[in-house]
Design a protein around this ligand. Structure first.
Ligand SMILES: NC(=O)C1=CN([C@@H]2O[C@H](COP(=O)(O)OP(=O)(O)OC[C@H]3O[C@@H](n4cnc5c(N)ncnc54)[C@H](OP(=O)(O)O)[C@@H]3O)[C@@H](O)[C@H]2O)C=CC1
Ligand SMILES: CC(=O)C(=O)O
Ligand SMILES: [Mg+2]
Length: 763
């Protein structure tokens, strides 16, 4: 690490508050009554329920989601025996990863004790606190004994991460690596550097998966582990002792197909790499310095396939791919242990994911979508959000099948769905809407959605999911040769003409009809025939809009590139407003932690009149009903029922009067401040005469600046994956203009919603 990176790492740990974790309360503690419930006397009720039935601890305490990350600091990363106190940053780090990747809470516990029996006594005594124990960085061979004794004594999962988390991840990289180099697990020679917690347990699992024991050559700080060796031996190591005269890594590495390094930095030398078999697989996993750096190995030969434990090289093989998710699955079914069946399920879940297409979140985190299964991508990346939905259910199922689950989940699909929500906040909101869209497709409803920026990477990735999930029948506007090249580049499987229809902007026999129709529409608005022809070829939104107008598509999605109002301009020319509508508006929905709120107008009307506001408020409320949301409308202002002498206040009052005429059944009030809209208690205090009940979920802003700014602030403060929209209100067809910040997920969601709009019953 250079001095700048070192300083950055220290600053990260020190500022703004020392360390990386804190405890946060999951219940409100604001009033005297809260205090009485949370603490004495109320807390006694929870205690008594647990006395009556210990299983109630998982109902009334955080135990079933709480893991102890416990170490004595004797084998911390590759830093060695640096002691319990100095290991604390690593344990806090594990806690952050547990929480971030799988929502598991952690107490990190660093214990000043090297005697295995005493360590066992201390940890076993913590069983009431935790739903699981993750042992970390305890050195071999003591770690084997500590784990075995704890497993015997404790009725919760005990998992030594450096052994099993590493073994599971390494086994996934190993089987995928062999696939890439085209070798058979029964025939490869594997040489390790390291015979500690990680290395020996990796070998154990690799043997379970089919690697013959006699093909394994283990080396450690003393050299080769040979039969008859006396120094630094223990029974676990003894199992791998070879009958050989070879004594050094340099000797046994000759002709090896696989090197597995779980020892210390710089142990594997370039001349040893040169002596390995063709297409060698090198897993140099010591942290933070690997046994050999990739550039050193590649300098010796160009057929090496290489992985390290580090994030700054391709193929990071690190137990973070396993431990958050194996615990998620184990905790969710109340597993009493983590057994071999659960380990193997995790191996295949991780290995299988690497062969799937890349994910947008991974691409955003790593700055590239160009990851396809192969030498540079053997194993999923730690930021892949699919890890949780692949590994945790596989582990949960294996726990149930092998009889160690005390709280089996009744429906694995529903469980997986629930985990999906952990990754995508829009999951639970969208689920019934996806089901409705799929039903339309199955029943032959109006489902042909044209995507005008068909060549855009996000659109292509979204369309792959839309095809796989049968959410719509997509039409891509794009040049076929570009589409084909990009589909291949991104590792997608779309078949042009079969899965998706294509409209080629450079040549399509329908174009004559498209541009002449456009000219007929616009010939009295300054568009000549020549302009109509040229515009129709170069304006993708015009093409899509004309397809919808002429019945070649049922709905349209555009806007991933370009300005909102530029797209609206062409939609207005070709599709126009709904009969009777005087205005367009844009509505966005935000799926916040505690509530779902829609905001209108976020993109169109600079300073709408009261009449316009009334019109788009009613349109927004109708759109919400289509999405199964019961609208509760607040007309926002900086004035509260006439409290401020603002022009917007009187405009919103007038809008209220008009909405009440247009839609008397709608629950609406205003004008009011944003906090009164969302906080019923405050509203009752300040505006006790308000007719609005509960929190408003449709917030109508007095102008587009307010709407747009409020939307972007809320979206950013809430974090990613929370926005659905924008919905274009007022157009005479189901067309939606997205924005350049649209993600793949948002495009998929909006396609499903456009299908629903296309099938909306009039009325
Ligand atoms: N990428 C990943 O996910 C993970 C990586 N690791 C890394 O693996 C390494 C070992 O961790 P762990 O098994 O927990 O620790 P242990 O202390 O249990 O084992 C370390 C092993 O490495 C051997 N060793 C140490 N130095 C050398 C050397 N210079 N040459 C040859 N062998 C050596 C030790 O030999 P002896 O006992 O004879 O001294 C021992 O067999 C660490 O670097 C750790 O960071 C560990 C877990 C996960
Ligand atoms: C990754 C890890 O657990 C280690 O290096 O010890
Ligand atoms: Mg470790």
């Amino acid at each position: 690490m250079n001095s700048t990176d070192r300083q950055a790492a220290l600053d990260y740990h020190e500022f703004p508050t020392p360390g990386k974790i804190a405890v946060s309360a999951s219940k409100p503690l604001v009033t005297q009554r809260d205090l009485a419930l949370a603490y004495t006397p109320g807390v006694a009720a929870a205690c008594e329920e647990i006395v009556a039935d210990p299983l109630n601890a998982s109902r009334f305490t955080a135990r079933s989601n709480l893991v102890g990350v416990i170490t004595n600091g004797t084998a911390v990363l590759g830093l060695g025996n640096i002691g319990a106190l100095a290991s604390k940053p690593v344990m806090e780090g594990k806690a952050v990863l547990f929480k971030k990747f799988a929502g598991v809470d952690v107490f990190d516990i660093e214990i000043n004790e090297t005697d295995p029996d005493k360590l066992v006594e201390i940890i076993a005594g913590l069983e009431p606190t935790f739903g699981g124990i993750n042992l970390e960085d305890i050195k071999a061979p003591e770690c084997f004994e500590v784990e075995r004794k704890l497993r015997e004594r404790m009725k919760i999962p005990v998992f030594h991460d450096d052994q099993h988390g590493t073994a599971i991840t390494v086994a996934a990289a190993f089987i995928n690596g062999l696939k890439v180099v085209g070798k058979d697990i029964r025939e490869v020679k594997v040489v390790t550097s390291g015979a500690g917690a990680a290395a020996l347990t990796c070998l154990d699992l690799m043997v379970h998966l089919g690697l013959p024991l006699e093909n394994i050559w283990v080396t450690d700080i003393e050299g080769v582990v040979y039969r008859g060796r006396q120094t630094l031996m223990d029974p676990t190591k003894e199992r791998f002792a070879q009958p050989t005269d070879a004594r050094t890594l340099a000797e046994v590495i000759r002709g090896a197909d696989v090197f597995l390094g779980l020892s210390a930095g710089g142990v594997l030398k370039p001349d040893m790499v040169a002596a390995m078999a063709a297409r060698p697989l090198i897993l140099a996993l010591a942290n933070p310095a690997p046994e050999i750096l990739p550039e050193e190995a590649h300098a010796v030969r160009d057929d090496v396939v290489m992985a390290t434990g580090r994030s700054d090289y391709p193929n990071q093989v690190n137990n973070v791919l396993c431990f958050p998710y194996i615990f998620r699955g184990a905790l969710d079914v109340g597993a009493t242990t983590i057994n071999r069946e659960m380990e193997v399920a995790a191996v295949y879940a991780i290995a299988g994911l690497a062969e799937e297409e890349q994910n947008e979140v991974v691409a955003a985190a790593y700055g590239s979508y160009d990851l396809a299964f192969g030498p540079q991508y053997l194993i999923p990346k730690p930021f892949d959000p699919r890890l949780i939905v692949r590994i945790a259910p596989a582990v949960a199922k294996a726990a149930m099948d092998s009889g160690v689950a005390t709280r089996p989940v009744a429906n694995l699909d529903a469980y997986t769905e629930q985990l999906q929500q952990f990754v995508y906040h829009s999951g639970s909101f969208m689920k019934p809407l996806f089901a409705a869209a799929k039903k339309q497709v199955r029943e032959g409803g109006k489902t042909r959605i044209v995507f005008t920026e068909g060549e855009d990477e996000r659109v292509l990735r979204a369309v792959q999911v839309i095809v796989d999930e049968k959410l719509a029948r997509p039409i891509l506007v794009g040049r076929p040769e570009v589409l084909l090249a990009r589909i291949e580049k991104f590792g997608l499987r779309l078949r042009l003409g079969e899965d998706v229809e294509v409209t080629n902007p450079e040549y399509d026999e329908r174009f004559h009809q498209y541009w002449t129709s456009y000219w007929e529409l616009m010939c009295r608005d300054g568009i000549t025939k020549e302009m109509a022809r040229v515009e129709m070829r170069r304006r993708l939104t015009l093409i899509g809009a004309m397809m919808v107008r002429l019945g070649d598509a049922d709905g349209m999605i555009c806007g991933t590139v370009g300005g909102y109002n530029d797209h609206l301009h062409y939609i207005d020319q070709v599709i126009g407003k709904k009969p009777g509508a005087a205005t367009y508006a844009a509505m966005n929905i935000l799926l916040l932690d505690k509530q779902t709120v829609a905001l209108v107008d976020t993109h169109v009307n600079d300073n709408p009149s009261a009449e316009q506001i009334a019109e788009f408020t009613v349109a927004a409320a109708e759109e919400m009903s289509l999405l199964h949301l019961v609208p509760k409308v607040a007309l926002l202002s900086r004035s509260n029922f006439g409290s401020g002498s603002s022009a917007s206040g009187s405009k919103m009052r007038e809008a209220l009067r008009r909405v009440r005429q247009l839609a008397p059944e709608l629950e609406i009030d205003g004008e009011m401040h944003g906090d009164c809209a969302l906080d019923e208690a405050l509203r009752l205090k300040i505006l006790p005469m308000s007719t609005l009940k509960g929190a408003a979920n449709l917030l109508v802003c007095p102008n587009v600046d307010a709407g747009n700014i409020a939307y972007n602030l809320l979206k950013t403060a809430a974090g990613s994956n929370v926005a659905v929209g924008p919905f274009l209100l007022g157009a005479n067809a189901p067309v939606n203009i997205l924005t350049s910040s649209a993600t793949v997920r948002r495009i998929i969601n909006m396609a499903a919603l456009t299908v629903m709009e296309a099938n909306r019953q009039p009325g």
